[in-house]
Design a protein around this ligand. Structure first.
Ligand code: NAP
Length: 242
């Protein structure tokens, strides 16, 4: 069976991506950190629409946990294949650099950037030998233009954009594509402390985006129609660039 592994799929954008990829015919591996109940809800939503989903808990920031969980999954699923990887799990811990603590820097770099290396490296070998794969990294407008108060997060997301472009060139000949999707402000738990009414005047479309609007682009990038798109960053931001 062909699986899509979506990190951070218990809530928000990751949940919407998991549901959309299930509609595309993939069995879905729902990764999460601590939100087991929310992850179970994502699983039920997929099953209600006739899809297949399993939970796979691990901390994307912890190399050992990633290795252990994915090795165990591969050993128990010798006939299955992770054909799609969506590196979506992410956190923000904003502070002006002058006030930023060591942990705020390292937590955000570990969860948003180092995670991409840990998880991608584990699934890539199989994609290369099967000569098919779709890797989509969820980055951010913050990684494209930089946002004040987010030097940690902007650095992490910009790092993922660089890795996306480099890896795309390494693996293109094996029909593995690697792209990034860069949301602007999307209505999820991550943005619940941000006042939409104040910010929406700056967004040309005049509102925050929905997780489903990001998921639709991810699903397109996994499709056969997107076989000639690689190393690309696609913004989903309502026209908000500067
Ligand atoms: P969210 O609602 O806060 O959900 C975050 C998800 O990531 C949850 O499923 C959470 O799992 C998981 N997660 C966090 N740390 C993890 C870890 N160490 N290991 C495994 N899973 C972990 O966030 P979101 O808004 O959907 O954001 C999803 C992605 O989009 C992130 O990469 C974010 O940076 C990016 N993004 C979001 C926006 C926005 O406006 N919302 C804009 C640009 C980019 P638990 O439930 O277990 O905690």
């Amino acid at each position: 069976m062909n699986y899509a592994l979506v990190t951070g799929a218990s809530r928000g954008i990751g949940r919407a991506i998991a549901i959309e990829l299930s509609k595309s015919g993939y069995a879905v591996l729902i990764n999460y950190l601590a939100g087991r109940q929310a992850a179970e809800e994502t699983k039920s939503m997929i099953e209600q629409q006739g899809g297949v989903a399993d939970l796979l808990q691990f901390n994307v920031a912890d190399k050992q946990e990633v290795d252990t969980a994915l090795t165990a999954w591969t050993d128990t699923h010798p006939n299955d294949f992770i054909a799609v990887l969506v590196n979506n799990a992410g956190i923000r811990q904003d502070a002006l650099m002058i006030f930023m603590q060591d942990e705020q820097w390292s937590n955000v770099i570990d969860t948003n950037l180092n995670s991409v290396f840990h998880v991608t490296r584990k699934v890539l070998k199989d994609m290369l030998s099967k000569r098919f794969g779709r890797i989509i990294n969820v980055v951010s407008l913050s990684g494209l233009k930089g946002l004040p108060g987010q030097t940690n997060y902007s650095a992490a997301k910009a790092g993922v954009i660089g890795a996306t472009k480099a890896l795309a060139q390494e693996v293109a000949a094996r029909k593995v594509t690697v792209n990034a999707v860069a949301p602007g402000f999307i209505d999820t738990d991550m943005t619940k402390d941000i006042d939409e009414n104040t910010l929406k005047t700056m967004i040309p479309v005049g509102r925050f985006g929905k997780p489903e609007e990001v998921a639709a682009v991810v699903a397109f990038l996994t499709s056969e129609h997107a076989a000639y798109i690689t190393g690309e960053v696609i913004s989903v931001n309502g026209g908000l660039y500067t």
